[in-house]
Design a protein. Sequence first.
Length: 134
Amino acid sequence: MKFPFTLTTVFALLLPAAIAIPTTTPISITLKNFTRTFPDDKTGVYKFVIDYGFGIQACTVTDRAAGAASHSWYGVFCEENHTWEVSWGWDYKGDFTVLTVVDEPNQYEAFFGYKSPNGATSFIDQGPNTVQHT
């Protein structure tokens, strides 16, 4: 009896997709379900989902600093997965921020801008935004 598939094919279909690690750079990244909340004046909690084309990754960053609502920070890893590094930079005069998401091992990044970020706690999905090498 001949089968139209190999044992390798069967295992490839049965293994979870999470095991696959992308070896190529995605074309774009989308940020979804972004919320930014402040339990107190010294704590900012940033939560979102990174959709990078090969899968999705939940990301939470907790910023602890006086005046957290207007604090810039950089190089902070997602609490769920230390592959992803996040930065939050302010243009205070323009009331504009840029959130940068970096896949450290693969050295690519994407940028997301937010006008008047202190005027909301949840934000619309952004992307797909172009990826570039760091």
